[in-house]
Design a protein around this ligand. Structure first.
Ligand code: AMP
Ligand code: ZN
Length: 472
């Protein structure tokens, strides 16, 4: 069976078939961060979901071109730049850097392209010009350029493909200048925003005068420039369905650049939101976490990634600190088992067990049913631990199990435990304790044991010597 995905466009689970006639190349666009602050863990749930989609496609042998834009100009950014008094790029550069560091900490594969909106102004202007030429966009008395929903629909095009819209309520010619608005405020939306004094030094020239792009057109321009006018997959959080993605479809298909019979995007996917302790994440409730907040509490990017990947991407997921403790224990179970297999394999190599890889990866083929895969992984860990307790695993078998896990981990991306997982400082303490015991200096050896305990580690004596183990 191949990969099946729920397409928001058709509201059905469909076989994934790339547009590329050779069936190999896949274009994937994930709406990236607006770099006005550190991304919170709700944002991270969506970005980790994007990474899971990419890894699943690569696991199935596709050659993926992954694009994630950086929104480095918008209303919120301009407001903050004014508050800080610096330049636009100084301000956004800091958060872009932090974003890419956090992406790596969460063990996400680096997108092949991370285009910045401010570096694609000519492509954005070209798209708007095309829309004006085709009669789908107009300059309003305020100097801004808007997309005309009436003209678009009048030409037989469908606006309201990802969400159902009530056009009865819509008053022709009504415009919305903000990038974010609700379905109830359905109106012509801004493609180019005329310069206003509050924009300060943030503006570019255009055929319609100085100004800056709207948020939605940025994604249409960058995705089509890097992946072509028609590409395979586009994803983001569920809040982006309307108006962001709906507007992207209208603008992109309004250009008429797609080959006959092809859509702007073949498959749209949307990830559900993350709640914190059962409530919407907000600064005022004090339940707002960035990745850095959690790392400062002693959790690793790997543990946070694991937790974010425990629920199906379309289910609302409730984040708790206890859940994060649970993620730590689950990963320790995996690490211990893999660690023991490594000891037995002792450097021997072998091919993966295809039947096992298939058993563990199969649930993911069904619209990324990750809970099914975790269930299969822990069943396999239980079974392997039983065999390990019986000493019935030979080095070649251990090597093959390791190779199989490595393949599965190519999708999950929780990483392989290695000696490096135990920090050098802890390894040094373990060695010092061994030396003290050998010298029968029990006072010193007990002191070192306590020091390790205070740092969250215990020593396990195994036939192959002492080993440090993290306290769960
Ligand atoms: P932004 O930086 O605000 O443009 O958001 C980046 C991504 O995070 C978008 O795909 C949003 O849909 C997503 N997002 C925002 N809030 C949440 C949340 N609470 N849970 C999951 N995803 C979210
Ligand atoms: Zn976007």
């Amino acid at each position: 069976m191949g990969l099946k995905l729920l397409n928001t466009l058709t509201r059905s689970v469909q076989d994934f078939v790339p547009l590329d006639p050779s069936g190999k190349n896949v274009g994937l666009y994930c709406c990236g961060p607006t770099v006005y602050d550190y991304a919170h863990i709700g944002n991270w749930r969506t970005f980790v979901f994007g990474d899971l989609v990419r890894r699943s496609l690569e696991f199935h042998g596709y050659n993926v071109r992954h694009v994630m834009n950086i929104t480095d100009v918008d209303d919120k950014i301009i407001r903050r730049v004014k508050e800080t008094g610096g330049t636009l790029s100084d301000f956004t550069g800091k958060f872009e850097k932090a974003f890419l560091e956090d992406l790596a900490a969460l063990q996400c594969r680096t997108p092949h392209h991370t285009p910045r909106a401010t570096e694609h102004i000519p492509a954005i202007v070209d798209l708007i010009s095309r829309l004006v030429q085709r009669g789908f966009a107009y300059q309003a008395p305020d100097g801004s350029v808007y997309f005309s929903i009436q003209k678009y629909r009048g030409a037989g095009c469908c606006y309201g493909q990802l969400v159902h819209l009530n056009f009865e309520e819509m008053r022709t010619g009504e415009r919305v200048a903000n990038d974010e608005y609700a379905k109830e405020s359905l109106a012509d939306f801004a493609l180019w925003k005329a310069r206003v004094p509050e924009d300060g030094a943030v503006f570019w020239p255009s055929p319609w005068g100085e100004g800056r792009p709207g948020w939605h057109i940025e994604c249409s321009a960058m995705s089509m420039q890097l992946l072509g006018p028609s590409f395979d997959l586009h994803l983001g959080g569920e809040d982006l369905m309307f108006p962001h993605h709906e507007d992207e479809i209208a603008q992109s298909e309004g250009t008429g650049l797609q080959p006959e019979g092809q859509r702007f995007v073949k498959y749209w996917m949307h990830g559900a939101h993350l709640l914190v302790e059962g409530r919407k994440m907000s600064k005022s409730l004090g339940n707002f976490f960035t990745l850095r907040d959690l790392i400062a509490k002693g959790f690793s990017g790997r543990e946070i990634r694991y937790l974010l990947l425990t629920a199906h991407y379309r289910e609302t997921f409730n984040f708790t600190l206890e859940g994060l403790q649970g993620a730590r224990s689950s990963l320790q179970r995996i690490d211990e088992c893999i660690g023991k297999l490594r000891e037995i394999a002792a450097g021997e190599t072998a091919g993966a067990d295809d039947a096992l890889v298939r058993q563990l990866s199969k649930p993911l083929e069904d619209d990324l049913n990750i809970s099914g895969t975790w269930g299969a992984v822990f069943e396999w860990i239980r079974e392997t631990n039983r065999k390990l307790a019986e000493n019935s695993i030979l080095p070649a078998q251990a090597a093959s199990l390791l190779a199989s896990w490595e393949k599965i981990d190519g999708v999950l991306g929780v990483g392989l435990p290695s000696a490096a997982v135990v920090p050098a400082e802890i390894l040094a303490l373990v060695e010092a304790r061994q030396a003290a015991r050998k010298a029968k200096d029990f006072k010193q050896s007990d002191g070192l044991r306590d020091e390790l305990k205070a740092k969250g580690w215990v020593i396990e004596d195994t036939p192959k010597g002492a080993r440090a183990k993290r306290i769960a």
